[in-house]
Every structure is written in C-alpha cells, then in structure tokens.
Design a protein around this ligand. Sequence first.
Ligand SMILES: [Zn+2]
Length: 235
Amino acid sequence: MKNAGEVSFWWRDDDIRAQKDTFKWKYIKYKFKTLYMMRLLAKYKISAIWAIVPKNYKDYGKIFTKNIFKYNHYAVVHGILHQNNATPPACSEFPETCDIEKSFEMIMQHYNYFKTIFKNRLLPVFVPPYNNMCQALKDKLINENIIISESNFYKEEHSPYNIDYDFVNWQVFKLKKENVILDELIQLLNSETKLIGLNAHHTIMKYKNFRFYDKLFKTISKCKNANWIIPFDTI
Ligand SMILES: [Zn+2]
C-alpha cells in the first residue's frame, strides 16, 4: 500500500522524428541528443514513454527502435505528420475540420505497423501533437481501446494519462530556467496530485540541459517516497 506522502512520476518525451541518415551536423546532433536522453533515463532505471512521429519512420527509424529495446523504454504513436492543420493561433493536427475517417484509418495503420516492430514495447496510446484533437476522432480511437494522452493543463479533472508538467518555455523554444522548473515542480508536489506526468522535448535541448536532468534524476532517486512508473495499466 502506498504511503500517504508517496509520489509517482512518469516521463513522456515527445517528437522522435526519423530522417534520412546524413552526415549533416544538425542531424548528427539530433540523433545524439535522443540517444543521450534515452541513456540518461536508463542510468536512473527510468522507463520512459517516447512519442514517435510516424512520418519516415519505416525508412529511417531503425536506430531508435533498437534503442527503445536496449534502454528499456516504451513507444507510442504521436500524430501522423505532426503538422498544424488548424487556423492560427489554434494548433492541432486534428481540428474539428479534419477528415475523421481518413485520419482514423491512418493512425490505426501506423499503430499496427508500430506494433509489428515494437511488440510489447508499444503502448496502446495515442499522443496528439499540441496535446489536443477533435472529440469525434478521440472517441473512435477510444473505441479501439487506444488511450489518449494529452495534458492536464486547464482541465478540471486530473487524468493519470495526461502530462502535468512541461519543461519547455514555448515562447523562446528553450528549456525553462532551472530555478523556474524547481519552483514549479515544488508547487506540483505541494498540490493534491500524487501522480505527476513530466513532459520533455529532447529535440530542443542544449547540452547543458542534460546536466540539469541528471541532477534532477539523482535528487529524485535519493527520495524514498518517490518512484517512477508507467501510468497505463495495460502493462
Ligand atoms: Zn509533438
């Protein structure tokens, strides 16, 4: 039985994008960041959920698939192309105006393909880009026993499948300042929530950010009342 003061964290890292292997510095850096983050999480025995964009994955995703298994992580489907189809300032790949049937079919196609390569390392979860999608498409996926993972921001009810914290300052596309992160995490720890979903985007990280995450994981690992879990009871 859990102690009253116990807290569970889980980690969702978004936006793995497979691209044609090139020696372009930008791509080498991107691939390195993803692998480094996977290794860093594994160092603290954290199994994370990696939200993978299906576009190009069949052709160029081999290295990421290998490392999901190697470092004991889980994969989930993240959008189709990961593009904004809503009218700005709204952001959604699947707004009310999207073709529900076609989107549903394509998501299921990618999900079934991922199932063949990730096997039990694929969770029956769909993460919509920008953490939102139209209700009709959501209902169709739920009907197929797919869990939707979005964010708990601005929602009245806390869902264990949604993330509670985002490390990124999206105004400047950078990691928030370390003291801001720590203050906000303490606020969350002081709240009623005892299950906290943390959302990272390894793609926009700088190398110094890895050191911050290393310190954060080390601190959490020393806390007897904190543990890391996968919030989907399907595993
Ligand atoms: Zn995304």
